[in-house]
Design a protein around this ligand. Structure first.
Ligand code: IPE
Ligand code: IPE
Ligand code: MG
Length: 233
């Protein structure tokens, strides 16, 4: 069976988790952030090398100002204060997404945690903020075009490998995609990297998606038969 090297999670259902309890949606996001921290430590312990999570999509700016502000403040809190345990564990934090139009204080907190954790190697933790799969492909195409125009690259040099290297982050393909909360869609997440991923959907809402639930997804993954277009002998 293919080794599980890169796991991605669409962390969905925070709002419903809170609404079910008569709480404000923001309380679901807070609870989700605690779940994420625990999961990240657990995933590092399991020896998985890459974790990508969808924290905020380009489309999430359509939500109320109150909710967007809450999420942005939560990110700052997480990156500046809460993620100390990740540093101790040897987690390297990186980001994917467009910096524009994120607030400067959010960008500063992202830069800070990236810098602090840059030499860690245990787990590469890719956090997608203001991320869109279409935007990533468009931005990558622009980078490559600029290199061709400036003479740094030839058109013939553009292939799967060089395209991958110019994405927001140069990561291995996603082996397992998990989406919580019973929604069966990709919602514009890592379109390039998901081309041959195994998909695992669960009704569990993200704040309740604990280590045990994660292990169930891993077990399911190892029962899959990955063929990559070939025929099993
Ligand atoms: C996912 O939870 C977190 C973000 C999109 C930021 P939701 O906020 O989408 O939760 P539901 O889908 O409304 O329950
Ligand atoms: C996807 O969840 C984005 C994140 C988890 C950050 P959404 O809740 O925004 O997706 P849709 O709107 O249900 O497709
Ligand atoms: Mg949702």
């Amino acid at each position: 069976m293919e080794e599980l090297r890169h796991v991605a999670i669409i962390m969905d259902g925070n709002g419903r988790w809170a609404e079910k309890r008569g709480l404000r949606r923001s309380m679901g996001h807070r609870e989700g952030s605690k779940t994420l921290e625990k999961l990240c430590l657990h995933i590092a312990d399991k020896g998985i090398s890459y974790l990508s999570v969808f924290a905020f999509s380009t489309e999430n700016f359509k939500r109320s100002k109150e909710e967007v502000d809450f999420l942005m403040n939560l990110f700052i809190e997480m990156f500046c204060k809460k993620f100390k345990t990740l540093q101790d564990k040897g987690v390297k934090v990186i980001f994917s997404g467009r910096r524009e139009p994120l607030r400067q204080d959010v960008l500063d907190s992202m830069d800070e945690i990236m810098k602090k954790t840059q030499h860690n190697t245990k787990l590469i933790f890719n956090i997608c903020i203001n991320y869109g799969g279409h935007s990533e492909i468009v931005d990558t195409t622009k980078k490559l075009c600029q290199k061709v125009v400036s003479g740094e690259m030839n058109i013939e040099d553009i292939d799967d490998e060089s395209f991958k290297q110019h994405l927001y982050q140069d990561l291995p393909p996603i082996d397992l995609l998990i989406r919580t909360s019973g929604e069966y869609r990709i919602s514009n997440f890592m379109l390039w990297q998901l081309s041959y991923s195994e998909f695992y959907f669960t009704d569990v809402l993200f704040p309740d998606f604990d280590e045990k639930e994660f292990d169930k997804a891993v077990t399911a993954y190892y029962q899959r038969d990955r063929k990559f277009g070939g025929v099993k002998s």
